[in-house]
Design a binder for this molecule. Structure first.
Ligand SMILES: C[S@@+](CC[C@H](N)C(=O)[O-])C[C@H]1O[C@@H](n2cnc3c(N)ncnc32)[C@H](O)[C@@H]1O
Length: 413
């Protein structure tokens, strides 16, 4: 590394006191001699050098590292999705994966990709489930040779890939590679992928719909940070953006996935767009977080304009809408579609645990817009609000769903 400036990105459990007080993802510009960097093993293991010296709008990821507020320590909710999907993925690989067809075109290299893998600890068990199921199938069809597996771990460029690579299971049966960049566009060569997977990631939009941030638009989302309880125009802008984004995702994967290849998607969703006073979903929780930001603006802790110009780039679809988008796209056949109830919701037993789960996911995004100074107060207010309304504390009132959909790449390519 060159002698001069190092762009240092510090993650959750970085032990140096000068950076300890910074938020997990925050970039800081430090003079770092090669000697100092070498001497500090902890620092070396927990840092990523990035070509950024300040937050850049639109670039964020889950909290990295494995510290208190890290995604790794606060994503038991998302882990539940892998667990509930396991038998279904096993069954679908057994019945729907045409090993003979794929091996004839791939020279016994089998390529898998996880789109939106974060730091990997939920991705690794999912990849293991997929490879074990393929191996079982090969075992049954004895004349077939074993595959060499290659796994592509994809996420946004700001993702903590260092933690992912440092945590790769030592006993893995695959060659691993990181693929940085937005999954709404092309990431891999044409006809290179045999199995695509994505869990808890396709609810993220490529961007906040422009109209909801435009003060002159009918869809301007004044005083709110998401579409729950907002004007119809706001909801429509989100819905249109989602349609565009999922279509781009499907088009990109259609080019990358070989004919006959499979794609297993686990999509965070809601059963209905209607709101209930006694139950809640992830979008409702985001609305509560937004109300905490508004409370802070009303108390002068931040400006109202700052809240007005912030919106979450996420959308939670209903099953029929997702089905319609996939059918319209026409590049994949729907082999199976099912609604799953995520057992992971029972792992969040208190308001503080719910706050930590949202913080691990949204802190990077929020710091990007509001700065790091308000984070502790914001999530404390959020936990307090949840405690005040009893229905948020019973996980059985959480009605978010996961849509499992297995797609097969159709057509001659
Ligand atoms: C809630 S996490 C899920 C991580 C992991 N799949 C799991 O189940 O624990 C969502 C992940 O999707 C990633 N993501 C969101 N939008 C993305 C995009 N456009 N391209 C690539 N990754 C994206 C986020 O950075 C994040 O790591």
């Amino acid at each position: 590394m060159s002698q001069s400036y190092a762009m240092l990105k510090c993650y959750g459990s970085c032990s140096m006191s000068s950076v300890e007080r910074r938020p997990q993802w925050m970039s800081t510009r430090m003079m770092l001699s090669p000697q100092v960097a070498q001497d500090n093993e902890e620092l070396r293991l927990r840092t990523t050098f990035v070509a950024l010296h300040k937050p850049v709008e639109g670039l964020y990821a889950m909290n990295g590292g494995d510290g208190l507020h890290s995604y790794a320590q606060n994503s038991s909710y998302q882990r539940g999705v892998v667990d509930v999907a396991k038998p279904i993925i096993q069954e679908e690989i057994t019945t729907k994966l045409d090993i003979e067809q794929l091996s004839s075109t791939s020279q016994y290299n089998f390529r898998i990709a996880d789109f939106g893998c974060s730091t990997g600890h939920n991705s690794f068990p999912a990849i293991q489930i997929i490879i074990q199921a393929i191996e079982k199938k090969i075992e049954r069809e004895r004349e077939l040779q074993n595959f060499d597996y290659q796994v592509f771990f994809n996420d946004q460029v700001m993702n903590d890939f260092n933690t992912l690579f440092a945590s790769l299971p030592p006993e893995r049966k695959y060659y691993a590679a990181g693929v940085p960049g937005p999954f709404h566009g092309r990431l891999l060569p044409k006809d290179s992928l045999h199995f695509a997977y994505s869990s808890c990631a396709l609810n993220w939009l490529s961007e906040v719909p422009k109209a909801v941030q435009d003060g002159t638009s009918r869809a301007w989302n004044e005083g709110k940070v998401h579409y729950t309880g907002a004007k119809k125009e706001v909801f429509d802008a989100y819905s249109n953006q989602y349609d565009k984004d999922i279509t781009s995702f499907l088009n990109s994967r259609a080019t990358e996935v070989v004919s006959g290849g499979l794609m297993a998607l686990l999509v965070p969703a809601v059963p209905t767009f209607d709101h209930s006073e006694t139950t809640y979903t992830t979008p409702t929780e985001m609305d509560v977080l937004g109300s905490c930001l508004m409370d802070m603006a009303n108390k002068g802790r931040l400006s109202k304009a700052k809240v007005d110009s912030f919106n979450f780039p996420l959308y939670f679809i209903i099953p029929n809408e997702l089905k319609a988008i996939i059918e319209r796209n026409n590049n994949f056949s729907i082999e199976r579609m099912e609604i799953l109830n995520n057992p992971g919701k029972h792992s969040l037993r208190s308001a503080n645990e719910r706050a930590s789960y949202l913080r691990a996911v949204f802190e990077g995004l929020l710091v990007n817009h509001f700065g790091s100074g308000i984070m502790d107060e914001l999530f404390e207010r959020y936990a307090n609000k949840l405690e005040e309304s009893s229905h948020f504390l019973d996980p059985d009132n959480e009605k978010s769903i996961i849509i499992f959909v297995l797609l097969k790449r159709t057509g001659d390519k």
